[in-house]
Design a protein around this ligand. Sequence first.
Ligand SMILES: [Zn+2]
Length: 357
Amino acid sequence: MTSKGSKTSGQAATADASAALHVSDWNDFIGHEGPQASIRQAIGSSRLASTFLLVGPESVGKRTFARLVAKTLFCKRNDPSQWQPCGRCDGCVQVDASTHPDLVEVNKPADRSFIPLELLIGDRESRNQEGLCHQIHLSPMEGRRKVVILDDADYLNEEGSNCLLKTLEEPPPDSLLFLVGSVEQRQLPTIRSRCQILRFTSFTIPQATQLMLRLGMASSHEAATQLAMLVQGDIARARFWLEPDAQAFRQQLWDQCGETPLDAINLSKSVETFVGHAGEDAAIRRGRIRESLRVAIERFRSDLRARLHDSRGSAILRMRIERSIEAETQVDRNANQSALLNAWAADLQAASRSSAS
Ligand SMILES: [Zn+2]
């Protein structure tokens, strides 16, 4: 770690995610009008708070938002109140390249469970002479202030929180600190009470569709809409389904769930194989089962919309949807994943028989 370097992380743990969500100005930033209005008004009235806690679901643009605010403040051509960084001056270019000397970004290294103390206050040899809490106190080099983005703020342990607290109690004049987390309850009350909270919400289906097209995650509006509906607007889940093996499996599962007659043995076998590719990590395996069930539910819902006139067909599909939702609620409780999938698939198949009798 260097004192000049603006990127303070063991590894670029979330760099990939932010790169994929690279947005260069507010015109390309989708949604979150509330947080935008809060900061914009505060800048306009020169009453910008020193610390913000950004909370909301994963992959909705919280970190991108913080970077765009930094860019707006560091732009050398356009006044921040215009809310339109020029994108061409040194300040803008340096923010985009993560090399701006007054922008400090810290995130949890992928191989650590918490944000290591050395990223906050330096390692043992240089305690209090390096790290976020030190850097925020240095005089700005180019801009008028320091902007610090602490991503993965959910992963501050108590020791880390206490170090940070000292900075929050006496923030340097004109400094701006963004803590990026998921829910405010993950922060100690003493931290929370010193932050202005900005709440970010999930994307709507049209917003997610628009974003996925912009990020090149889908090749057509139809494909983007289908994916957005499958993942309920959740971009992180969409990314999961775009991994090559997941993408191929999703198509296979989609087709299998639409077959007449439905083949329970093949269906459960293909889900088990997909889950097996995840290795032994139980949480990842459960996540894959849940995602598979959601694909099945979405397929049955899609078929149901097309077959509302057909009472027998729609009765079967309703049974299958209900049974899949039930299975989803059992994933966390059921240790025997194979049995759960076999019973689910068998009941999906049986739905057509029980409806015929
Ligand atoms: Zn600029």
